[in-house]
Design a protein around this ligand. Structure first.
Ligand code: CTP
Length: 418
């Protein structure tokens, strides 16, 4: 076995360099490393000397199956400071400290990781983690802006508990979420413009709204939110600023997205219309309840003695997608709807969908055939994307993430020709 740092990988295994800089969140990179190795990636860990204060070289070596080095003086004949970067398919740094971001932005190269960042020509994903003040400091923000301008995907840190008792923005996102986004970046590594949504603000709605009858009962639907969350992740991987309006979803927050939680269709409408004011694209993947009770009882509705059921009178909710499409908060914004259809005596799935595209007035309609309960809660999806020119793009059965990228491809094409 070839064991030098940066040694050749099996030809079919993507080579990932996992850089780890010196923050307390370094321990979370162990989980990220496992995700990569267990999914068949060849991982070379390049910690900084400070990172080894938190997690020792033995841990990285054992988990990656390779020796690790922090400086450029080990195995000098192998020229690792050049070879590791040159031969990588993806470089991910997690956590990326303020110091590492500063060095990367300014092209400094005083250890193996910073040398690797300078020699890498593959996609680079940085997952910063630091105290809120350090993240918000203009020096850090300017370094982040510089790196993003150069095409580096710098993920937004998560909010929550920091090293001490304090909380705020600066946490390393969950390793599983970093892995998801990094994998999507790797999968698109050959694309002409990896960050084609950089500088764009996109709004995605997800989940199903609830309309309460009383404090404990509601009208709802079976939407899991998986497709909307996959869309949010995919947009983050393509460099977008993402607002995710989530209705009753229990999934982990996608890394880098701003998540706004809502329950009812009225709350969803307010949140989506508010965020849409600055959006380049809005994708309505949520399933808003079409009806709500005319009144909501403040007390729990009791069963009657005589066994009769209460009369529940419903009224229709506003159609958010139609409203957005008719009265665009931002001219030129691309509006995308979803249609869950079943065929019936009056027409097949596509006939219903074409009519819906015209009725809603959106630019693209992603059509799912939900006959027999297909799609709900499933990790996979199959769809046809209809456009207003009469075009129909079939998307074969595959992951919700794969469908998300086809949707963003269509959106990006429309934004380009804007
Ligand atoms: N939608 C919306 N506001 C609503 C209902 C639906 O914005 N009150 C959006 C959904 O997010 C989705 C699209 O409209 O993008 C289509 O939803 P669907 O339930 O298929 O459409 P409906 O208008 O409810 O049509 P149908 O009469 O077939 O139920």
């Amino acid at each position: 076995m070839d064991t030098a740092p940066g040694s050749p990988a099996a030809p079919d295994r993507p080579r990932v360099v996992l850089g780890v800089s010196g923050g307390i969140a370094a321990y979370k990179a162990c989980e990220l490393l496992r995700r990569f190795t267990e999914s068949g990636h060849d991982v070379t860990v390049v910690p900084t000397a400070a990172a080894l204060e938190f997690v020792g070289a033995a841990t990285w070596a054992a988990l990656s199956g390779k020796p690790v080095a922090t400086d450029v003086w080990s195995q000098v004949h192998e020229v690792p400071h050049v070879r590791i970067g040159q031969s990588a398919d993806l470089v991910v740094v997690a956590p990326a400290t303020a110091d590492l971001l500063g060095k990367a932005a300014h092209g400094l190269a005083d250890d193996l990781l910073t040398n690797t960042l300078l020699t890498a020509r593959c996609p680079v994903v940085l997952a910063p983690a630091m105290h809120t003040e350090m993240w918000e400091h203009p020096a850090t923000q300017e370094n982040v802006a510089t790196l993003r301008r150069r095409g580096v995907l710098v993920l937004e840190p998560a909010e929550g508990r920091l090293t001490g008792a304090d909380t705020g923005k600066g946490r390393l996102p969950e390793p599983g979420e970093i892995f998801e986004v990094a994998s999507q970046v790797l999968a698109r590594a050959g694309s002409a413009n990896l960050q084609d949504l950089a500088g764009r603000h996109v709004v995605v709605s997800a989940g199903g709204t609830r309309e309460y009858l009383d404090p404990v009962r509601y009208l709802g639907n079976r939407s899991s939110g998986l497709q909307g969350y996959a869309l949010a992740r995919a947009a983050v991987a393509r460099g977008a600023e993402v607002t995710l309006v989530a209705a009753n979803v229990t999934l982990a927050d996608p890394v880098g997205a701003k998540v706004v939680r809502v329950e009812s269709t009225a709350q969803l409408r307010e949140a989506v219309l508010g965020a849409a004011a600055t959006a380049d694209a809005v994708v309505m993947a949520a399933a808003p309840a079409d009806f709500r009770p005319v009144s909501t009882s403040e007390a729990k509705i009791k069963k009657s003695e005589d066994g009769s059921a209460p009369d529940i009178v419903l009224q229709q909710n506003p159609d958010i997608l139609a409203e957005l499409s008719a009265d665009r908060p931002r001219p030129g914004a691309v509006i995308v709807g979803f249609a869950a259809e079943t065929g019936d005596a009056s027409g097949d799935v596509l006939a219903h969908a074409r009519a819906k595209l015209a009725r809603k007035g959106c630019d693209l309609l992603v059509v799912n055939d939900v006959s027999g309960g297909k799609v709900f809660g499933s990790a996979e999806n199959e769809a046809v994307i209809l456009d207003t020119d009469g075009g129909a793009t079939p998307v074969p059965r595959g992951s919700k993430s794969a469908l998300s990228h086809v949707i963003w491809d269509e959106v990006a094409t429309r934004l380009e020709t804007d």
